[in-house]
Design a protein around this ligand. Structure first.
Ligand code: PLP
Length: 397
């Protein structure tokens, strides 16, 4: 019955998207972005039309908008078990990480940064920039062959350093899905008085959070990863931390981030997070089922493949990174999948135009004779789609 309802829901949703997507297109790139949930659009619509007031205006239109922003903040805080004053809306996950990392160095006295070679470029390019400008020294934590962070190395680096340190490590890797133990890293940071920032862009909206009981100073989020709108991000700043704004101007976001608020985006962020949280148990089990099914089918039907990271261990249920043997045919794999209306990626969408391939895959599996593809799923995907993709892969390898 449940399955039937889900199927009906999916068909209803497909009808919503029918103008945008040919029916035969298979979208397996949900770690890059997700489609907007029609219920989220419904919540946003009034703020795209009649409720257009500037939240800073003092008359009724403005007050209505201000209320929407503050209600969204309260809702996000409730879901993440944080205080509303700890929740800041930004333009994207990238802006949130830039703000947190830069503030840790410029305002919180961190003169050393520990990160990993597997981080998203929103983190890597920010720490490299600060390092190049001489604002902080930089070291990379050792990564184990299964793609997990070597916590012993992290502890040794923290213990050996006399400087105030920022540790910036992502919660779930967007390319291979590996998940960090936020609590263990947070406790290590506490022990060594380090500041801890985690890029949680792949997990906010995908996992329950309990920030009051998580030892972290900054986390980030981005609503387009969980069926919310693009162009709206989250920065959580623990209430014990005081930083300076990265964007100067008006007094929006309690003087922390100037600029007229992305009103409908913020409303959409909160609604998408509420829906994701309400559906978490059922959706995460369903999506994990798709991932495991695809692993089984690939293993059964294709030779010489391997899975990157720790896909059946501490791993994001939505991400599956597969390496295929490199042949003349498979070198063109992503291109050929696209020709057959299958959307997947070689790594992060932000670097898909780059020639060098994925820095994450290079760091854990530098085998030049393999071609790696990331498949990432959402609740709108089906086993039938997995069957179609696996059958196509058999032809294209
Ligand atoms: N961090 C991770 C792990 C991501 O997957 C992404 C998404 O591309 C980002 C940061 C950047 O988020 P945004 O697209 O909101 O800037």
């Amino acid at each position: 019955m449940k399955r039937l309802r889900r199927k009906k829901g999916r068909l209803a949703l497909d009808r919503e998207f029918v103008l945008l997507l040919p029916m035969d297109r298979i979208y397996f790139d949900n770690a890059a972005t997700t489609g907007l949930d029609p219920q989220v659009l419904d919540a946003m619509m009034p703020y795209l039309t009649e409720k257009f007031g500037n939240p800073s205006s003092i008359y009724s239109y403005g007050r209505e908008s201000r209320l929407a922003v503050e209600n969204a903040r309260k809702s996000v805080a409730r879901v993440l078990n944080a205080h509303p004053a700890e929740i800041f809306f930004t333009s994207c996950g990238t802006e949130s990480s830039n703000t947190a990392i830069t503030a840790a160095v410029r305002d919180l006295g961190c003169t050393h940064i520990i990160t990993s070679p597997l981080e998203h470029h929103a983190t890597l390019h920010t720490v490299e920039h600060l390092h190049k400008r001489g604002e902080a020294s930089l070291s990379y934590v050792h990564v184990l062959p299964n793609g997990h962070i070597d916590l012993e190395d992290l502890e040794q680096q923290l213990a050996a350093g006399a400087e105030k340190t920022l540790v910036t490590l992502m919660h779930a890797n967007n390319e291979i899905g590996n998940m960090l133990d936020l609590h263990s890293v947070g406790e290590l940071c506490k022990l060594h008085s380090a500041i801890f920032h985690s890029d949680t862009v792949q997990t906010v909206g995908h996992f329950p959070f309990d920030l009051r009981n998580t030892p972290v100073h900054f986390i980030t989020g981005s609503s387009h990863k969980f069926h919310g709108p693009k162009g709206v991000g989250l920065l959580y700043i623990n209430e014990n931390v005081r930083i300076q704004p990265l964007i100067h101007g008006g007094s929006q976001e309690r003087n922390m981030r100037a600029g007229t608020e992305n009103l409908y985006g913020i409303v959409g962020f909160a609604r998408a997070l509420e829906l994701a949280t309400a559906g978490y148990e059922e959706d995460s089990a369903y999506i994990k089922g798709l991932k495991v099914y695809m692993m089984e089918q690939l293993t059964r039907q294709l030779k010489g493949i391997s899975f990157n990271g720790d896909p059946l261990g501490r791993s994001l249920y939505a991400v599956l990174s597969v390496s295929f043997p490199k042949t003349e045919k498979s070198e063109m794999l992503l291109f050929n999948l696209d020709i057959h209306h299958i959307c997947a990626s070689g790594g992060s969408a932000c670097t898909s135009g780059a020639e060098q391939g994925s820095h994450v895959i290079r760091a854990i599996n530098n085998n030049p004779n393999q071609v790696t593809v990331r498949f990432s799923f959402s609740k709108h995907n089906t086993r039938e789609q997995v069957d179609v993709v696996v059958a196509r892969l058999k032809e294209l390898i």
